[in-house]
Design a protein around this ligand. Structure first.
Ligand SMILES: [Zn+2]
Length: 273
């Protein structure tokens, strides 16, 4: 059956002399592998549309119970040039795609996840929000889109809000994605009750880190332009998000592209010498 859908190219591999096998995340059918015959030929009608980070309209022959579907047509809708021409933005964009590739199930439609991926690439391309902020927001929202949203606004035990004169620092509970204030945590330790949380699955959050994570999880992405963090805070944020995803997603592998993004200090000091 010939079908048409919006898609984002996740990975692209050469196949035989002139073809490509491409992993795509589609709006209507979730993650799929497709084969584009003749895609690398000199007069290919697919041109550069099948490169990672491309947003395309894909027409393909969908065959039930097949792992590989044949591409009929592929039209480029956005290539996010600002993302592909800036190393940090490209690293963040590719890390988002790696996460989709590792977590999305084959042929399982998820409108929220597709919309989030498309929007994150648009925001990266617009250039106002820092790439590490976009990636952190993407991780927390992806978690929500696949069923384990965080709830960082209030202490899960006493219900006090964290900001606006409420409690300050706290503990992130990986199992539930909620936070517990310092008082509730010390009370539960004193009474020997864990407040429903396994002590090994708690991550200490400073007030700034908590606020950054909460904004990343809930504020519209385009409103995060003012958000920036120091290297130390960035490590804390990265660690909390990483542990949270690993707690909920089995066999999640480290993101190769993210390693590029985590080394800005090394890169800039190398440039100066
Ligand atoms: Zn509390």
């Amino acid at each position: 059956m010939l079908v048409t859908t919006d898609a984002i190219v996740l990975k692209s591999m050469k196949y035989r002399d002139t073809s490509r096998i491409v992993s795509v995340y589609t709006r209507d059918y979730g993650k799929l592998s497709v084969i584009a015959k003749g895609a690398r030929g000199p007069r290919s009608k697919f041109a550069s549309a099948l490169e990672p980070l491309s947003r395309v309209v894909l027409v393909f022959y969908r065959t039930e119970h097949r792992d590989l579907h044949l591409v009929s047509q592929c039209d480029l809708r956005a290539s996010y040039r600002r993302v592909t021409s800036d190393l940090d933005r490209m690293a963040a964009g590719l890390a988002c795609l790696e996460l989709i590739d590792q977590t999305a199930h084959d042929e399982e439609r998820n409108d929220d996840l597709f919309g989030l991926t498309e929007h994150a690439l648009e925001i990266l391309d617009a250039g106002n929000v820092r790439p590490e902020v976009v990636l952190t927001a993407f991780k927390l929202r992806m978690a929500a889109a696949i069923g384990f949203a965080t709830a960082l606004e209030r202490c899960a035990v006493c219900g006090r809000p964290f900001r606006k004169g409420g409690c300050e620092a706290g503990w992130f509970r990986l199992a539930t994605g909620s936070v517990m204030c310092l008082e509730c945590q010390s009370r539960s330790r004193a009474t020997g009750s864990s407040g429903g949380a396994d002590a090994a699955a708690l991550v200490r959050l400073s007030a700034q880190t908590h606020e950054a994570l909460e904004r990343c999880a809930t504020a519209p992405l385009e409103n995060l332009a003012s958000l920036a963090w120091t290297t130390a805070q960035g490590n804390e944020i990265h660690n909390a998000a990483r542990l949270y995803l690993h707690h909920h997603i089995e066999h999640l592998r480290p993101l190769k592209s993210e390693e590029l993004l985590l080394r800005p200090v090394i890169r800039s000091s190398t440039r100066r010498t």
